[in-house]
Design a protein around this ligand. Structure first.
Ligand code: SF4
Length: 713
């Protein structure tokens, strides 16, 4: 039985998988020992992939729904014409910004590339955003402010080389299990490795912690501004690095001193013991090889971008970046959140890490594409996009591989928006989803194991997802569906791709286009670190044989494990930027009516809205139904008991879940997982409860802080 080397479709760890199909047609998987990110290991979700690839519940044919009727089967020609004509009609009547795309970190890079190209280069709108907005856009914005480009400096090996690993807002043990296992093994082999966990909850990740700081939700900027001030006062500043390679130190320090100059006051604001706070500060000051891992607990906040920069500031102050075992490290949520960013699959970005608001970048992309348009201003980010649909300014939306009726905040607003939208197109692998119920056109896509392309994981490692199963029914690749619609809209040139390697080649060439100076030190108006020039020109055979590699990829085809070893950043002057971060609390505070703070997140064995993991009895056995984890004191005050159902309400909506204790919750707080939806249990969408406040810079929603009340059901 030969194995196909592919990549896990779940979290941003991006583990290599070997997939076998046996004579009975059953799929078996194991970790790929040749893949540098997981070295042969898989977590329980990845190990159960074989249980999720059957065709139960799959969307296998195009469907059309006419005004309220049940959907009827249609041919591809009819369905594609409906999409192309519908988009054309809306654009002709209302302009290009009346249409939008809402896509997903589940898409492969090639899919992302062509839909971004269609929107920004041919339709002339930047109204294309992605569910990656919900998980890591604050990290993107923070990277761009600090480094000049959306760059993750380090790699997983740094976690094993570090003396201190700080895990901030990350239940790594459940959400990025192979990363957690790499840290755990390193600590087992070298017990002097210190681990600090910063999280309001006492999660499974705390089992590894030498120190857990259960900080008050939303106070991270105070904590890290306090650390910056402490490091400066205690002689931990790397003055040579700061002077030669950064800008903005004085302003950042002044902001930190004014917010957080007194550790006792910081401890009070963050709800921490002063001794614990100082223990963390001293550990950070003492250990040169420090990695600060951050994830959704940092990003999903109305101050998410400032949180990111307050962490990066501490690494810039100490010069701890670009060398083995050190650096700030954003761990992304989805399998291809990074790949989507690389091809500009967000409303404020262009392909190849270029920016919509920089004319020189727009010129490069349009010159390369030879496109009739190039969007000139950022489009609508996820939350505002669905608000615009409800207002009626966006009249047609194409949703790909995501379920916003479950996953967006204020999810009932998303229902209202889709119910009044003139044209809703949904491309998905699943026949019945909460979002698909509003679609006028449902287009069947290929799923994991059937589709072919590339993804990029949290350490910039680009890997192939390869097909090892036949395309079921009439399902097609997302990139092909987009190209088919583009051609029906009259855009033959630019969308005549015949296979994924042709798209990848164009993407790779664009990253290198006008990105090479005659000499390495020559000034350039638009130098980007993302450069796949060494992978340009791959034919189908070479693309099929592509082994995982970390970008940038040099002309000889070799990857790059770490960035900034030369302390040369992506800003035009080569210097990194400190950002003066001003601490502020979450927008909505609890009050008498809504006295508890709702935090949302993942559980170990489920993924997103459970369309795949929900098929596996093994995974379902871990946690079988939606729950709310509460402190026993709060349950008593609310009149609910462990094991009973409770109604959870906010100013935005309600849901029902079973009460449980024991999740290490601070009094005044509650946790509900994001996965369950109305296909699995009624009234189970936590998205309907979550407030729609977003970070003003990144547009990322404040998923970690919604005031709620809990009542008996
Ligand atoms: Fe898949 Fe993430 Fe588990 Fe790796 S850690 S097997 S990428 S879910």
């Amino acid at each position: 039985m030969s194995a196909t080397a592919t990549t896990c479709p779940y979290c941003g760890v991006g583990c290599g998988v070997l997939a076998h199909v046996d004579a009975s047609g059953a799929t078996h998987v194991e970790g790929d020992p040749q893949h540098g990110s997981n070295l042969g290991r898989l977590c329980v979700k990845g190990a159960a992939l074989g249980e999720t690839v059957d065709l139960r519940g799959r969307l296998l044919h195009p469907l059309l729904r006419e005004s309220g009727a049940l959907p009827r089967r249609a041919s591809w020609d009819e369905a594609l014409d409906r999409v192309a004509q519908g988009f054309r009609r809306v654009i002709d009547a209302h302009g290009p910004d009346a249409v939008a795309f809402y896509v997903s970190g589940q898409l492969l890079t090639e899919d992302y590339y062509v839909v971004n190209k269609l929107a920004k280069g041919w339709l002339g709108t930047a109204n294309i955003d992605t569910n990656s907005r919900l998980c890591m856009s604050s990290a993107v914005a923070g990277h761009k402010r600090a480094f000049g480009e959306d760059l993750v400096p380090g790699c997983y090996e740094d976690l094993e080389l570090a003396e201190l690993v700080v895990l901030i807002g990350s239940n790594t043990a459940w959400c990025h299990p192979i990363v957690y296992q790499r840290i755990a093994r390193a600590k087992e082999a070298r017990p002097s490795l210190q681990v600090v966990v910063i999280d309001p909850r006492h999660t499974a990740t705390c089992e590894l912690a030498d120190l857990h700081l259960p900080l008050k939700p939303g106070t991270d900027v105070w904590l890290f501004n306090g650390l910056l001030a402490f490091l400066f006062r205690h002689g931990a500043m790397h003055a040579g690095f700061v002077d030669k390679h950064t800008q903005g130190f004085e302003a950042a320090l002044a902001a930190a001193e004014s917010d957080a100059g007194d550790p006792a006051e910081v401890a009070r604001i963050c709800g921490l013991q002063l001794a614990d706070l100082l223990a963390f500060y001293r550990l950070f000051a003492r250990h040169e090889r420090t990695v600060s891992v951050f994830s959704q607990g940092v990003n999903q906040a109305s101050s998410g971008t400032d949180k990111v920069n307050s962490i990066i500031n501490c690494h810039l102050l100490t010069g701890r970046i670009g060398s083995p075992g050190m650096g700030p490290f954003s761990i992304t949520g989805q399998p291809n959140a990074m790949g989507g960013r690389e091809v500009g699959g967000m409303a404020n970005m262009l392909a190849a890490h270029m920016d919509l608001d920089r004319p020189v970048h727009r010129d490069i992309v349009q010159a390369f594409w030879q496109s009739p348009h190039i969007a000139t201003r950022p489009g609508l980010k996820a939350v505002e996009l669905f608000e615009a649909i409800e207002r009626g300014t966006v009249k047609a939306v194409w949703i790909m591989a995501t379920n916003p009726v479950v996953s967006l905040p204020d999810a009932d607003q998303v229902k209202r928006a889709l119910a009044r939208c003139e044209l809703v197109v949904s491309t998905d692998i699943v026949a019945q989803t909460d979002t698909g119920a509003f679609a006028h056109v449902l287009l069947p896509a290929l799923g994991w194991g059937e589709k072919d392309g590339t993804v990029t994981n949290s350490e910039r490692r680009l890997s192939r997802q390869r097909a090892f199963l036949p395309a079921p029914g009439e399902a097609r690749a997302d990139w092909r569906i987009v190209c088919d619609v583009a051609q029906r809209m009259g855009f033959d040139r630019g969308f005549a791709f015949g296979a994924p390697h042709e798209i990848f080649d164009e993407h790779a060439r664009l990253t290198a286009f006008r990105n090479r100076a005659p000499r390495d030190d020559a000034p350039m108006a638009a130098r980007r670190v993302l450069d796949l020039g060494g992978l340009a020109g791959l034919d189908r055979q070479a693309y099929d044989a592509l082994t995982p590699v970390q970008w940038p990829v040099c002309a000889a085809g070799e990857g790059t494990a770490r960035l900034f070893g030369d302390a040369r950043f992506a800003h035009a002057d080569g210097r990194a930027r400190f950002v003066a971060t001003v601490a502020r609390l979450p927008v909505h505070a609890p009050d008498r009516e809504y006295p508890l703070i709702l935090n949302t997140g993942r559980v170990r064995d489920q993924w997103h809205s459970m369309t795949r993991t929900g098929k596996s009895p093994r995974l379902g056995g871990h946690i079988p139904e939606p729950f709310i984890d509460m402190h026993p004191r709060d349950a008593l005050l609310c009149g609910v008991r462990e094991g009973e159902l409770a109604r959870i309400g906010s100013r935005w909506g309600t849901m029902v879940a079973r009460v449980q204790h024991g999740g290490g919750i601070l009094a005044g707080n509650a946790f509900v997982p994001i996965h369950w939806n109305d296909q699995f249990a009624s009234d189970a969408r936590v998205g309907s409860v979550v407030n729609p406040v977003v970070d003003p810079i990144s547009g990322e929603p404040e998923f970690k802080h919604t005031p709620i009340r809990v009542e008996p059901f």
